[in-house]
Write a protein that binds this ligand. Structure first.
Ligand code: FAD
Length: 395
């Protein structure tokens, strides 16, 4: 039987960073993909949004104290210096996002370079892990591997075509860990029949403000700035798509959406009082792409005419576009989701080492934990920060 000190399950962002941070340790990284970093390679439009200069714990859903304790030990600056020392200087773009300059391959290659090639076991699928005495037995289609320490870096359920499986949750449950129910996150919404007219606008994008999980009375109070401290107003783009709605603001909204209504301000930069007396046609005044404006006017049963000719009743209908509320039918699901919400309960994991409170020598890093970042590089930062904390504990 093959025996090493440590087995890392998953050669994604967290598993690669862990290996790269402890090159001299005795470990293998097992992955059922034929290569490392499959998700990283397609992430951020092929350029991998590595981290964010505005990193804070409240960019994440999850236990804030746990998250703070981890990101403060290896934050965006620690990551950027570590990468810089190895020749990778990411580019700062909009909203504090750092991307690879040319392609995501730059960071994947860098991480792989730090790890001895002989330590990878690709095309090897883990089916279960057991522990007897001091040693774990990791069962794979390539035989049983033995180690004193096992790190679960196997990610969540999103994008199964890139290798996502439930193995991390299965192993954790088999050792008595609690799994917070999982859901697709950073994902588009599907629609109910009342909003099917959105589909005819497929390909068009517009700026919006979104509030999620609103009640009927909240839908009528658009001036409130916050629902609950944890549910912000989300500003950004909405993209009409063939399957429903997506775009940056919708993806972030999906993190907070449970079930129920969302409210979209389709006219975020329009002050109705200021345009009421205009002699221009209403479709040209409300700041929406022309086809979108016309589709809404048809839906609201308003003929496109000069603004100063609209009746009070028609203005009231236009005002509705500042708090257009409806319940999405669901989401596009794991096949299109960038992340998985939920996962291994963090109260059962030690934030100073990433080790299980239940099983000595069993560690969890990355997305498999019940911590989910917003769009903007926060999920890779989480993978890297947890890998750093774990690397200091591995013997
Ligand atoms: C399309 C897309 C774009 C994204 N863009 C960004 C972005 O720009 N910035 C950002 O911060 N985040 C982004 N994310 C999210 C980010 O990719 C993840 O949060 C991150 O990869 C999680 O790292 P991880 O190491 O926990 O898991 P992963 O990177 O998913 O790695 C898990 C590894 O475990 C392996 N594995 C799974 N099951 C088994 C098994 N049974 N046996 C062996 N191996 C197994 C998988 O093959 C995989 O290689 C994106 C995600 C997607 C899907």
């Amino acid at each position: 039987m093959f025996r090493v000190d440590t087995i890392i399950i998953g050669a994604g962002a967290s598993g690669l960073m862990l290996g790269a941070l402890m090159p001299d340790k005795d470990f293998v990284i097992i992955d059922h993909n034929p290569n490392a970093g499959a998700k990283m390679l397609i992430s951020g439009g092929g350029r991998c949004n590595i981290t964010n200069e505005k990193l804070k714990s409240n960019n994440y859903l999850g236990n804030q104290r746990f998250i703070r304790n981890i990101i403060k030990r290896f934050n965006q600056n620690s990551l950027l210096s570590w990468l810089g020392e190895r020749g990778l200087v990411p580019e700062l773009r909009k909203n504090g996002c750092y991307f690879c300059k040319i392609s995501a391959k730059e960071i994947v290659d860098l991480l792989k370079r730090e790890i001895d090639r002989k330590k990878f076991r690709f095309s090897t699928k883990v089916s279960r892990v057991e522990k007897s005495g001091e040693f774990f037995q990791v069962h794979t289609n390539g035989g049983v591997f033995q180690a004193r320490q096992v790190v679960i870096a196997s990610g969540g359920l999103s994008f199964p075509k890139l290798g996502a499986t439930s193995i991390g949750y299965d192993i954790a449950s088999s050792f008595g860990h609690t799994i917070k129910p999982t859901k697709a996150g950073l994902v588009g919404f599907t629609l109910q029949p009342e909003q099917f007219f959105f589909k005819s606008l497929s390909g068009i994008s517009t700026e919006v403000k979104i509030r999620v999980n609103i009640s009927e009375s909240e839908a009528l109070a658009p001036n409130k700035t916050k629902l609950k401290p944890s549910v912000p107003i989300i500003e950004g783009s909405l993209l009409f798509a063939h399957k429903g709605i997506t775009g940056l603001a919708i993806l972030d909204a999906s993190l907070y959406w449970e079930k129920g209504k969302i409210s979209i301000d389709f006219l975020p930069n329009i002050n109705i009082e200021q345009i009421k007396n205009s002699k221009k046609n209403i479709s040209n005044l409300i700041g929406l792409p022309n086809r979108v404006a016309k589709a809404f006017l048809v839906k609201l049963e308003i003929t496109d005419k000069k603004a100063n000719q609209l009746t009070n009743n028609e203005w009231n209908k236009i005002r509705e576009l500042k708090k257009y509320s409806f319940a999405p039918a669901g989401t596009f699901g794991y096949s299109k989701a960038e992340v998985t919400k939920g996962g291994i309960k963090v109260d059962e994991v030690d934030a100073s080492s990433m080790m299980s409170h239940k099983v000595n020598g069993l560690y969890f890093i990355g997305e498999v934990l019940d911590v989910t970042g917003e769009l903007g590089g926060y999920n890779f930062q989480w993978a890297f920060s947890t890998a750093f904390v774990c690397s200091k504990a591995i013997m």
